[in-house]
Every structure is written in structure tokens, then in C-alpha cells.
Ligand binder design. Structure first.
Ligand SMILES: C[S@@+](CC[C@H](N)C(=O)[O-])C[C@H]1O[C@@H](n2cnc3c(N)ncnc32)[C@H](O)[C@@H]1O
Length: 215
């Protein structure tokens, strides 16, 4: 999702409904140029292959060390209203050696102040498949109002399977990507957030938004 969103890996990144922290942790790996399994202690199975080249493997590991940054000049944040989710995210960040890189905090989206004046906000809100639509719609409407009020200057990406509720954000999507998440057909939508007057009326759809389906 971070790649699809076109995040440049060099600017502020926030996930304001971060759950167990998957997206901010992945973002930190990308920004630090940290190889997958960087901290793995158990040896890889391939070192037992007959043609395993130990010298080459040392070179690959050294290159990974050289490329890896140890700090970032911009924030990567994960916040969530559920304290258990935030706790799980912190544990996951620690296991990945990222506790000093990714900031996790318990916070309701509606009360959250952005960690920088500009950046990319990605959110995977509850799809509320089980809630009556009017409740899901009211929730998405609050999310949209908060985006407009508190996040001018940011680019927001929101993924949901609840396409009716997504319309209640009341924002014009400038890009839509259709995705399958598990068994659910989802839409991953981009919103460029400006201060006040640029917003169209809530009911107005944006027929010009690019829609694509990645292969
Ligand atoms: C679908 S989960 C996100 C899963 C996440 N992407 C992950 O990798 O674990 C949705 C999350 O939104 C959080 N949430 C719902 N309403 C919220 C709100 N108003 N403010 C902050 N977090 C909220 C829930 O606590 C839940 O953790």
C-alpha cells in the first residue's frame, strides 16, 4: 500500500488507525533501507546448500549494513484509539529494532495533531461490515471532517470495502485504486487536503478521479 500510495520514503508518514502497526513499521524499513530479516538470528536454510557461497553472503550482509540508516530526519507515526492495539504496535516495533524510529501513541483520530506540516497519512479504518450503514456513514463523515479541519497540506490515502461510507468522507478522490484485501473488494483512495475553500460540496463526486486496478 505504501508503494501504491507513491510515498517517497523521505517525508513524514502517519497511520492514524494503525492497529498493530504494520504500515508504520513497513514504512520505517523502507525509509531506513533496512533489508527484510535484518535482525534475524537463526541462520537461513540456504547456508546449507551445496553451492552456498559464504564470501558472497558476507558481501551481501556488509552491503546491507552500509546502506542502512540509523535515524530519519522526518517522523513516522502510528496512532490508534485502542490501547491494546498501540501496545501490540510498540511490541512489534521493538521486535523489529524500530522503537526509536517509529512513534506509537494512543490517540483518537479526531483529536490528533499532525506530526508535521505536510506528509502522507494512510488509514485503514474499520470497514464496519457488521454495523448498520448509518453508523458507518456517520463515522466516515467525522473522519472526513477531521481530515479537512486538521490535516491541510497532507495527502491522505484511505482504504475501505465500504464504498458507500467512503463517499461520506465528503472529499474529492484524486485517485482510486481497486484492491482485494483478504476476501473483500476494497477501494484505496487518495485525497489532497487543502485549507478550506478548495473543497467542493459534499455530495459532489469526482468523475475525473483516475481509477486503476493493479495487476
Ligand atoms: C482495520 S484496523 C487497522 C489495522 C491496521 N492497518 C493493522 O495493520 O493492524 C482499524 C483500526 O482503527 C482503529 N480506530 C477506529 N476508530 C478510530 C478513531 N476514531 N481514532 C483512532 N483509531 C480508530 C481501531 O482501534 C482499529 O485498530
Amino acid at each position: 500500500m505504501l508503494l501504491l500510495a507513491g510515498w517517497d520514503q523521505n517525508s513524514a508518514l502517519a497511520d492514524a488507525m494503525c492497529g498493530s502497526g504494520t504500515l508504520p513499521i513497513e514504512a520505517a524499513f523502507m525509509a531506513l533501507h533496512q533489508s527484510p530479516q535484518y535482525y534475524r538470528e537463526t541462520p537461513f536454510g540456504f547456508i546449507k546448500w551445496k553451492n552456498f557461497d559464504a564470501e558472497c553472503w558476507e558481501k551481501v550482509k556488509n552491503r546491507a549494513d552500509e546502506q542502512r540508516l540509523t535515524s530519519l530526519p522526518f517522523p513516522i507515526w502510528g496512532t490508534d484509539m485502542n490501547p491494546r492495539a498501540v501496545n501490540a504496535a510498540r511490541i512489534n516495533a521493538m521486535a523489529a529494532g524500530l522503537e526509536k524510529i517509529v512513534h506509537f501513541e494512543k490517540q483518537e483520530f479526531e483529536a490528533l495533531k499532525p506530526p508535521a506540516s505536510t506528509g502522507t497519512l494512510i488509514m485503514n479504518p474499520p470497514y464496519d461490515e457488521r454495523l448498520p450503514l448509518y453508523e458507518a456513514e456517520a463515522f466516515y463523515q467525522r473522519v472526513g471532517d477531521t481530515l479537512k479541519k486538521n490535516w491541510p497540506g497532507w495527502t491522505a490515502w484511505v482504504i475501505s470495502s465500504n464504498k458507500e461510507a467512503l463517499k461520506r468522507l465528503g472529499l474529492r478522490a484524486t485517485r482510486r485504486i481497486e484492491l482485494i484485501n483478504g476476501s473483500l473488494e476494497c477501494s484505496f483512495q487518495k485525497f489532497d487536503l487543502y485549507a478550506g475553500s478548495k473543497y467542493p460540496k459534499k455530495e459532489e463526486a469526482n468523475p475525473e478521479a483516475e481509477t486503476d486496478t493493479p495487476s
